[in-house]
Design a protein around this ligand. Structure first.
Ligand SMILES: NC(=O)C1=CN([C@@H]2O[C@H](COP(=O)(O)OP(=O)(O)OC[C@H]3O[C@@H](n4cnc5c(N)ncnc54)[C@H](OP(=O)(O)O)[C@@H]3O)[C@@H](O)[C@H]2O)C=CC1
Ligand SMILES: CC(C)(CO)C(=O)C(=O)O
Length: 331
């Protein structure tokens, strides 16, 4: 247990949340996971099966089925690690059970979750999550970063850092992550957003399609469209050089025995048949800004529409070709 009564309530203990909760717990921090369905049952029955290139462990992890069951107390910090499409429902629940002064850290991709949280909570922190991880089986999470599992910088939203950021970063560092307080976290998160516009491509077209000429063309065009829209909207985005400097050689993608990495988080949503996907939060951010600023974003609009439909209708990765998506640009 950590001193000072700090407790990390990690809501959504999947790929990212499971890795954060599991490694914080292994480092002796006080952690509660909020999970649901068969994953909750597996956590409660046998703990978290956490696999990494550095080793695999069964981590005993206190787990409850909803934020109503947490028993919130002073010193708690909520770490949101659900996908963006689940944030609104979660926050509605959270606001009914936790004090409005609860610090909320959004360990999620995109930049929409912090705004959702700020409508209900005053003390909101964004986290830029560079943590390649997989959760395809109840109770099991694999994180591929080696030697650090990932980079988890955080800061207040809209800007600045405070004592909480310092404390969380120190606890994450003790758990093995690279984590720094970041005074302009949304700047970093917008750079990550540009990268995550590819999530829908990987999910729809499959990982093999990325090695094709059409796949490469699509990935480049989707990112370029995102950059152009963010520039038209006047958004402050970290440069690729700044991003590369921060990544440095903190981690590379390692091997985890017995686990195939497959694709990113949206690919995992389709592979698991989750029924929803994160397109509205990721490509939808570009669609939103394009509409607000009078510019076009046909590729991101198409990806948002397709990945939502794919999740609803149970399509598997590979159901769509890059050429089919590129056709939206040429229509
Ligand atoms: N996976 C990765 O490599 C990376 C992911 N990210 C980002 O991290 C965030 C989380 O993604 P990821 O970890 O992949 O997602 P996962 O689907 O693996 O984990 C999210 C978990 O949250 C659960 N959940 C959703 N709503 C609730 C709720 N109200 N109460 C309890 N549990 C809930 C989900 O359950 P259920 O399965 O039932 O839906 C799921 O188990 C996303 O924003 C993603 O883009 C960032 C970097 C890398
Ligand atoms: C960068 C990447 C693809 C790492 O897995 C990611 O952020 C995601 O899966 O959402």
């Amino acid at each position: 247990m950590t001193g000072g009564g700090r407790r990390y309530v990690v809501v959504g203990a999947g790929a990212v949340g499971g890795t954060i909760a599991g490694l914080l717990a292994r480092a002796g921090r006080d952690v509660v996971a909020v999970a649901r369905g068969p994953h909750l049952e597996a956590l409660q029955a046998g703990g978290l099966d956490l696999r990494t290139p550095l080793g695999s462990w069964t981590v005993p992890l206190p787990a409850v089925g909803s934020v109503a069951e947490v028993g919130w107390r002073p010193g708690d910090v909520a770490v949101l690690a659900v996908k963006g499409q689940d944030t609104e429902a979660l926050l509605d629940d959270l606001v009914a059970h936790a004090d409005p002064s609860l610090p909320v850290v959004c360990a999620q991709n995109g930049v929409a979750n912090e705004r959702r949280a700020l409508r209900r909570f005053a003390d909101v922190h964004g986290m830029c999550v560079m943590l390649p991880a997989v959760h395809l089986e109840p109770g099991v999470v694999a994180a591929f970063g080696d030697p650090a599992p990932g980079i988890l910088d955080l800061g207040r939203v809209p800007s600045g850092t405070d004592a909480l950021d310092e404390e969380v970063a120190a606890d994450l560092a003790a758990a093995g992550f690279s984590s720094h307080p970041h005074p302009a976290i949304l700047r970093a998160k917008h750079r990550k957003l540009v990268m995550n516009l590819a999530n829908a491509v990987v999910a729809l077209c499959g990982t093999d399609a990325l090695a094709t000429d059409a796949g490469g063309e699509l990935l480049g065009a989707v990112a370029a469209e995102g950059e152009a829209v963010l520039a038209a909207a006047g958004v402050d985005v970290a440069s690729t050089e700044e991003d590369a400097v921060r990544r440095g050689d903190v981690f590379r993608i390692g091997e985890v025995e017995g686990v195939d990495r497959g694709g990113g988080s949206t690919w995992q949503s389709l592979t698991r048949g989750q029924g929803t996907a994160e397109g509205d939060t990721l490509n939808g951010e570009i669609a939103l800004l394009a509409r607000l600023h009078g510019v076009e974003a046909p590729l991101n609009v198409r990806l948002q529409q397709l990945v939502g439909r794919a999740a609803r209708e149970g399509w598997r990765p590979g159901a769509v070709t890059p050429a089919e998506v590129l056709a939206a640009r040429d229509a």
